[in-house]
Design a protein around this ligand. Structure first.
Ligand code: SF4
Length: 536
C-alpha cells in the first residue's frame, strides 16, 4: 500500500468542502506529536508552529502561553481622530482577561463610532488562512453601515523601496546592498535628486543562506519600524538609512537635496546671476551647466566667455560626464572644480573675467577672476553673489530617507476577508474597498492582485514584526460598506459590532490580543473609513 491510498477518509473530506456545509473548525489543532509536553501549547499563527510552555513566548516574541491560553503579546492599536487622554491609552479587554475594563473610554454612542478605527497592528493573524480575519468590525461612518476587516499579514513576498535624497554617489546601478556583510538588496535607478534602493524581497529572504534570510528580515523589520540601518554598497558608499531622517553617507549627514541638475540650476538662477558674473558653471554629476553657452544665457544675450569644458557636450551649455560620480562637488568625485575646465579660448576670454562655480545645492561654491594668463584665480566672493548662492541653498529641500513598504496581499490573506478571495481584489479595483496599513493610506498598484505600497512614517510605531520562516508581519485593513461586504461573500457570521470588539477583542480566543492601545490618527493621514482606496 502506498502513502497515497491511505486516505480512506476522502469521501468525508469532499463532503466537508461542499459549499454550504460548515466543517468543524478547531481553534487549536491537535498536537502534531503525542510526545509534546501537556503543559505546552502549539502556536499555529505561522508555519513555525512553536511549542510554548506556560509563561513563555514563541520564537517571534509575538505570541505567548498565558496559563494555557495562547495570547498575542502586543496590544491591538486603535486609532481615534483625537485622543482625549494621551497618557493612559492601554486598556485590557474586559472578559478576556477577567479584569474590569476600568472607566469606559468610549461611550458606545454609534454616532461616535466614526471616531474609532481598528488597525491591524497587534491584531494577530488567522494563519493557516481557513479562518476569518481576527477582527471584522461593524461601525458607522457618516451614518453608513461599514465593516473593517483587520489582520496582520505574513509576507515573504515583500520589500522596501528606499528613496535617499542625495547628490552623492552611492554606488553603481544594480550593485549589491549589504547589511552585516549579507546581500539584502540592490541599487536601482537614480531619480531626480535621489538614489533609489530596493531592499529585502523574497529572493534574499528565502532564496539564499539562512544567515542572509535572517539578516534581511531583521533589516526589514528595523527599517519598517523607523529605526536606523547601516548598509554598504559594493563599489560604493557606506550608508545609514532611517525613515524621515537625513541619510548619512560615508559618515557625513546629508543636508540638501539639489534644486535641479546643473542645467536646470543655470536656468532657474540665470536672471539673478546676470550682471553679477561673466560666466557661471554649475557642477553636477548628471548635467553640468555653463551659463553663457546655455539657452538661458543666450536668451539674456550674454557674451560667450571662451570657457572650454571637459566632458561630453550634450546640447549647448550642457555637459555630461565632466567627472566621475562621487561624494565631492555636485555628486562628482572632484574636490577642485577647476579640474573640469579644459582651458579658455584666448580669442574670446579676457583677463578680469569673473567666474562663479557652484554645485547644484550651493554647498560648494567658489569665485574666480581670470588673470593676465587667463588663469582663474580664486578671490573672495562678492556679497551679492553670496546671497544668490544662499538662495540656491534655500531652494533645496532637506535631504530625507523615505521608506516605502511594498507587499502583495496574497490569496491567503484575502481568504480571511471572504470565502471567494478574488471578489475582494475586484472590489478594491472598483474602489469599493479601502486598503490601509495600520490606518495609513496604501497605494494599490495597477494590475493583478492586491499589491500595496505604504510610507512607513505614516504607520503607527512598531507596526512591523517578523516570523522566523523568515517573513515580515505587517498590518492590513480592508474597509467597506457592510452591504458590499455581504455581496463579496464576507464572513458575515464573524462580524462584530465595534462595541462588542471594544469589550471582548477578537472573535477567537487562541492567539488573540488581550488589550488595546489608543493612538491618534496622524494629521497627515485621511480618516481611513469612508475613503476610496488609493488606486494606481
Ligand atoms: S514564530 Fe511566532 S507566530 Fe510563528 S509559531 Fe512561533 S510564536 Fe507563533
Amino acid at each position: 500500500m502506498t502513502e497515497h491510498t491511505k486516505t480512506d477518509g476522502l469521501p468525508a473530506m469532499e463532503a466537508a468542502t461542499t459549499f454550504g456545509t460548515e466543517p468543524q473548525v478547531l481553534e487549536r489543532a491537535r498536537p502534531r506529536s503525542e510526545r509534546m509536553a501537556s503543559e505546552k501549547i502549539e502556536c499555529n499563527a505561522c508555519p513555525v508552529l512553536c511549542q510554548i510552555s506556560d509563561g513563555r513566548s514563541g520564537a517571534c516574541d509575538r505570541y505567548a502561553n498565558q496559563g494555557g491560553t495562547l495570547v498575542r503579546v502586543d496590544p491591538v492599536v486603535l486609532l481615534r481622530r483625537a485622543l482625549v487622554d494621551a497618557s493612559a491609552p492601554l486598556v485590557p479587554f474586559a472578559g478576556r482577561t477577567g479584569e474590569e475594563a476600568g472607566a469606559p473610554d468610549w461611550s458606545g454612542d454609534l454616532l461616535l463610532a466614526d471616531e474609532v478605527f481598528v488597525t491591524g497592528v497587534g491584531a494577530s493573524t488567522t494563519y493557516p488562512d481557513y479562518k476569518p480575519a481576527p477582527f471584522i468590525v461593524a461601525s458607522k461612518a457618516q451614518g453608513v453601515d461599514m465593516v473593517t476587516v483587520v489582520t496582520e499579514g505574513i509576507f515573504s513576498y515583500c520589500s522596501f523601496k528606499v528613496k535617499i535624497d542625495t547628490d552623492r554617489y552611492l554606488g553603481p546601478e544594480q550593485a549589491n546592498v549589504r547589511c552585516k556583510g549579507e546581500v539584502v538588496g540592490h541599487v536601482t535607478t537614480a531619480e531626480y535628486g535621489s538614489q533609489m534602493l530596493s531592499l529585502g524581497g523574497v529572493h534574499h529572504l528565502t532564496g539564499g543562506s539562512k544567515k542572509e534570510g535572517r539578516v534581511t528580515v531583521q533589516m526589514m523589520e528595523a527599517l519598517g519600524n523607523k529605526q536606523a540601518v547601516e548598509l554598504t554598497i559594493d563599489g560604493g558608499s557606506q550608508l545609514v538609512v532611517q525613515a524621515g531622517r537625513p541619510p548619512i553617507v560615508n559618515g557625513v549627514e546629508e543636508q540638501r537635496m539639489r534644486v535641479g541638475c546643473g542645467s536646470a540650476a543655470v536656468g532657474i538662477f540665470a536672471k539673478q546671476l546676470y550682471g553679477e558674473a561673466d560666466e557661471v558653471v554649475v557642477v553636477d554629476d548628471h548635467i553640468t551647466g555653463v551659463l553663457t553657452e546655455h539657452q538661458a544665457g543666450r536668451c539674456l544675450d550674454m557674451p560667450r566667455s571662451g570657457i572650454q569644458m571637459r566632458g561630453r557636450k550634450s546640447t549647448p551649455g550642457r555637459y555630461f560626464q565632466v567627472a566621475n560620480p562621487g561624494t565631492g562637488w555636485g555628486g562628482t568625485d572632484i574636490a577642485d572644480p577647476l579640474s573640469i575646465i579644459e582651458g579658455w579660448d584666448a580669442g574670446v576670454a579676457r583677463p578680469g573675467l569673473r567666474l562663479l562655480m557652484t554645485s547644484t545645492t550651493g554647498e560648494h561654491a567658489a569665485w574666480y577672476v581670470l588673470d593676465e594668463a587667463l588663469k582663474p584665480v580664486e578671490q573672495p566672493m562678492p556679497e551679492s553673489v553670496r546671497r544668490i548662492i544662499a538662495r540656491i541653498g534655500d531652494n533645496c529641500e532637506p535631504s530625507l530617507c523615505t521608506v516605502l513598504f511594498l507587499g502583495g496581499a496574497g490569496g491567503s490573506l484575502r481568504a480571511g476577508v471572504t470565502e471567494n478571495p478574488v471578489l475582494l481584489t475586484r472590489a478594491i479595483k472598483q474602489a469599493l474597498v479601502n486598503v490601509t496599513c495600520g490606518g495609513a493610506p496604501a497605494y494599490v498598484w495597477p494590475g493583478g492582485g492586491i499589491t500595496v505600497m505604504v510610507d512607513v512614517l505614516r504607520m503607527p510605531d512598531r507596526s512591523f514584526g517578523t516570523v522566523p520562516t523568515p517573513a515580515i508581519v505587517a498590518p492590513m485593513e480592508f474597509s467597506m460598506r457592510l452591504a458590499d461586504y455581504q455581496r463579496l461573500g464576507g464572513h458575515m457570521a464573524h462580524v462584530h459590532s465595534l462595541e462588542q470588539m471594544l469589550q471582548a477583542g477578537a472573535w477567537h480566543n487562541e492567539g488573540a490580543p488581550t488589550a488595546r492601545l489608543w493612538a491618534q490618527n496622524p494629521a497627515a493621514n485621511p480618516w481611513p473609513l469612508g475613503q476610496p482606496p488609493l488606486l494606481g
